[in-house]
Design a protein around this ligand. Structure first.
Ligand SMILES: [Zn+2]
Length: 260
C-alpha cells in the first residue's frame, strides 16, 4: 500500500495564527478552550506537525487537507497532554512517529490463543490501530466523526494507547503515573469501573460509556480517555471517582469546557 506524505508547512516555520483560529472553529473540542489553553495548544500542535509524519492512503489524494485540517488533527492529539509540561508532553509522545490516514475502516486477520490453549482466527474490523513504536493508523471516516462532545474520538483513543505504552510494549491500562497518583489508587478506581461494566453487561443493561471498554483493561483506559475529553458530563455523572482521577492525571478539567 503506497502511502504519500504531505507537509503542512513546506516553507513557513512561523506559527500560522489565522489557520489555528480556523482550526479551532471547526471542532467543538478546540473551540471551547480558554484563550490561554488555545494559545498553548496551537503552539504545541504546530510543533507536533513539524516533528511527526502525517501520511495518506493514495485514495485520499484528491481530498483537500488544508493547513487548518492538519492543525485540527494535531490539536486534538496534543489536547491529551495539554495540562502537562513541555517536557512531559514531548516525552509522552516520543513513541508517536507517524499518523497514517486510511479512507475508511479496515480489517485485520487476528490469531488469538484462549485460556485452554486453543488458537482462534477471526477477522477484526477496526477504525484505528497502533503499536509500541508503530504508526497510529486511523480511518478518515472515523476521524471526521471525531472532534465533538459525542464521546467518540478515534485519535484520542489511539493516542491514549500510546500513553499506555509509555512503560510497556503492550497496552495494559497502566500508563506512567504522576507522583500524586499511586498505582493502588489507579488500580482501585479503574477496577471499580471495570467491574461495573462487566456487571451491567452480564445483566444485559446499557453501559454509560462505550462497552468496548469492557473488552480489555487497555481498551478501558482508552475509552475512558475518549469519554473524559468528549463526554465529560456523562463520565463525571456515571463514574465521579474516575473523572476526578483523570482530572488529576491529565491536569485538565474538560467539564468546564463542555459547559462553556
Ligand atoms: Zn483501542
Amino acid at each position: 500500500m503506497p502511502i504519500r506524505w504531505l507537509s503542512p508547512s513546506p516553507s513557513s516555520p512561523r506559527f500560522p495564527t489565522a489557520d489555528w483560529q480556523t482550526a479551532c472553529q471547526r471542532v467543538a473540542l478546540l473551540n471551547t478552550l480558554g484563550h490561554e489553553e488555545a494559545e498553548q495548544l496551537g503552539q504545541r500542535a504546530w510543533q507536533f506537525l513539524a516533528q511527526k509524519r502525517i501520511s495518506f492512503h493514495p485514495d485520499l489524494k484528491e481530498m483537500a487537507f488544508d493547513r487548518p485540517a492538519y492543525l485540527v488533527l494535531a490539536g486534538q492529539a496534543c489536547l491529551l497532554t495539554l495540562g502537562w509540561s513541555n517536557f512531559e508532553h514531548t516525552d509522552a509522545f516520543s513513541n508517536v512517529h507517524e499518523i497514517i490516514l486510511l479512507p475508511d475502516g479496515f480489517t485485520r486477520q487476528v490469531e488469538e490463543m484462549d485460556e485452554f490453549g486453543v488458537m482462534h482466527e477471526y477477522t477484526d474490523s477496526r477504525a484505528g490501530e497502533t503499536s509500541y513504536q508503530g504508526p497510529v493508523v486511523l480511518s478518515f471516516t472515523d476521524l471526521m466523526q471525531s472532534g465533538g462532545f459525542n464521546g467518540y474520538n478515534i485519535l484520542i483513543h489511539e493516542l491514549a494507547h500510546k500513553l499506555d505504552m509509555g512503560n510497556a510494549v503492550d497496552i495494559d491500562g497502566f500508563p506512567p503515573l504522576p507522583n500524586s497518583i499511586t498505582p493502588a489508587e489507579w488500580h482501585g478506581v479503574f477496577s471499580g469501573v471495570w467491574n461495573d461494566l462487566q456487571d451491567r453487561l452480564q445483566r444485559g443493561q446499557p453501559t454509560p460509556i462505550d462497552d468496548y471498554a469492557a473488552s480489555h483493561p487497555g481498551e478501558c483506559f482508552a475509552v475512558c480517555c475518549e469519554a473524559f475529553f468528549c463526554a465529560p458530563a456523562i463520565l463525571a455523572d456515571a463514574y465521579p471517582d474516575l473523572y476526578g482521577l483523570l482530572c488529576r492525571y491529565f491536569n485538565q478539567q474538560p467539564l468546564s469546557r463542555f459547559q462553556r
